[in-house]
Design a protein around this ligand. Sequence first.
Ligand SMILES: Nc1ncnc2c1ncn2[C@@H]1O[C@H](COP(=O)(O)OP(=O)(O)OP(=O)(O)O)[C@@H](O)[C@H]1O
Length: 360
Amino acid sequence: MTEPVPNAVELRAVSKVYGASTAVREVSMDIARGAFVTILGPSGCGKSTLLRMISGFVSPSSGDVLIDGVSVLGAAPYERDTAMVFQDYALFPHRTVAQNLAFGLRMRKVAKDEIARRVEAMLELVNLKGFGDRRVSQMSGGQAQRVALGRALIVRPAVLLLDEPLGALDLKLRKQMQAELKTIHRDLGLTFVAVTHDQEEALTLSDRIAVMNGGALEQFDTPENLYRRPATRFVADFVGNANLFDARLGSDGRVEAQGLPLTLFLNPVQRGGRQSGAAIALVVRPETIAVGATAPESHDGRVEAQVEEIMFSGAVQQIVGRLPDGRRITAHQSAALPAPERGTTAVFSWPSQSVWLVDA
Ligand SMILES: Nc1ncnc2c1ncn2[C@@H]1O[C@H](COP(=O)(O)OP(=O)(O)OP(=O)(O)O)[C@@H](O)[C@H]1O
């Protein structure tokens, strides 16, 4: 019999209370070895606090944190098999890149020649070959970011923790570093846990995303499940774009939207065991909506709306319609399709199988 491999990180009902306010509320989560997990949520939802409880810079008010199956409550950051990349990098600006990279190894009393060897290898890994003697103060933002990453990785932590690691970079560099981070993660096979408030970054980088709201974990799931099967209204709205229509579940899967001439029939899987009479919200993703003078036969969800705005973004056009009750509906369709005229009334339609339900 082989022993089961422990998770890289386990959080068990972890909370953090500051005076009268609760920054993190009973979060439980298992992070498998080798995973790339991001913690996503709006400002102030407790992301950084959660990450700092894994790293040991903040201690939980209650609950337990396990690394490789062992509780690390009471263990200082340097006693944990983790390393942290800080948002502001926290480098030594007047020392060289090589000295910055060597720091963690010197603290761990690694032999000089091995340090030199590992620094050289790390310079290569983070794409800074030849920059070893350069002072950090003379590096660009993207280069400094790579030094910070290298300095954390060089100690070979079981878990790499990244607090908004790309937050200080401009958009183009950010995209490039996202790709590099993903490659490094794949090549090294380590566990990465990153914090971000940028949903696109979370979707691009991670195997799994922990969506937080007001200190609580709303859903911990794959990017695809978060998008296709959001557990809550908050997740539906926060991850990707969603049209949300409040509705009430009738008998036999009949659903009537509130304030709209819109009736749909949903199958038992979509109803997810909800009782007739339940207050729900329909989640309709913009890319499932077609806009035209009429609706395709298979599109049983239909509403008329006045075309208010058409925005092109290359391959896709975003069409915003104004519904009779004043609310807006957004559709994304291929820019190759003909666009409706602004100001005209068009039919926005979608197949009811593409609808997802969340509790209102
Ligand atoms: N040391 C502290 N003392 C008191 N309150 C704190 C402390 N650290 C964080 N908080 C509060 O806890 C809540 C969560 O903060 P946290 O920094 O974890 O959020 P965040 O999701 O990382 O936000 P951001 O994206 O803005 O960095 C906030 O309301 C914050 O004001």
